[in-house]
Design a binder for this molecule. Sequence first.
Ligand code: NAD
Ligand code: TYD
Length: 349
Amino acid sequence: MKNIVVTGGAGFIGSHVVRLFVNNYPDYNIINLDLLTYAGNLENLKDIEGKPNYTFVKADICDYDTVACIFSKYKIDAVIHLAAESHVDRSIKDPFSFARTNVMGTLTLLQVAKNYWGDNFENKLFYHVSTDEVYGSLGDEGFFLETTAYDPHSPYSASKASSDHFVRAFYDTYGLPVVISNCSNNYGSYQFPEKLIPLFINNICNNKPLPVYGKGDNVRDWLFVNDHARAINVIFHEGKLGDTYNIGGFNEWKNIDLIRVLIKTVDKLLGREEGTSEKLITYVADRAGHDYRYAIDSSKLKNELGWEPSLQFEEGIEKTVKWYLENEDWVQHVTSGAYQKYYQQMYEE
Ligand code: NAD
Ligand code: TYD
């Protein structure tokens, strides 16, 4: 496979996937298809934008004709589909945009791929990147397996579950060569500062309140984003068609304990006295429908394809905090809209 379209490549995880593929596979052409919503930022890819095997195209995955033109123009052999609306809190406020992008956008891409590839699916692949949130919420015990029944609760997870079902339906009905992975919460560089970890790092730095939903006792399983990109690379090349792979770090944290690690790390790196920022913790009303616990069992991926996380959490968090402290400009740009100007300068003038 040579010509690969990565959707959502200007977002948090997508930018790490694009970078990995562009750097590791000079023989592949990587086409980054992204609408550049508030969450997409070409500054995330400054280091590789001049590489000969990288092309950026601004487009909406819901726009069938434009996506079909991109498939023909670049002779697309494979799709790695990450484009999505991804923030649960936004989905509670505006569920329609989640149905549009995550459900209709995925269906549009599937239909374009099927029509463009015609009857010949040899050496073709549609890789759909999904989330563990489709499995719903766990109690104190147990893990999500690939066979766990879907039970989404938020409009975000409902839209991702629906997109997963469409991907499987295209495999079962038309034989489209697909593979799906469902990953736990990611953290690392270039994450938009609306999600817990970058938001709280930013607020601790700026002495702003840390809004902890409910009692802070919800549990998430955190994975370093570069390890997710490594897993996608392995599954893309070696995953079995029609299969699902769970990706996770066996790394569960109660929110409040994680927040204390963030406070400790930021205070230490800023040379503040230990515990200085504890006073910023502010308990606020819980998120509606807040899933209690997510925990992924990623043994299948380890046993069948040999993937394991490469980093211990403490090391990953320290790297991540350092990155946000050293890249204050990036945080300011993505939150101020200045990156839109960057895009115009780079691609429209
Ligand atoms: P993100 O919000 O940072 O990035 C999404 C990207 O998609 C942005 O670049 C945005 O511009 C683009 N996009 C949005 N709508 C589009 C459209 N209509 N057409 C083209 N591009 C569009 O998201 P992320 O956190 O990087 O997540 C990427 C994928 O991974 C999503 O599918 C998400 O469900 C999944 N996922 C995320 C996590 C996580 O912890 N962040 C965990 C598991 C799975
Ligand atoms: P988030 O990063 O939004 O990821 P997700 O909801 O997809 O797991 O949130 C992670 C956890 O942190 C989740 O339990 C909600 C909680 N949270 C807060 O307590 N306060 C906040 O301001 C945010 C954004 C999240």
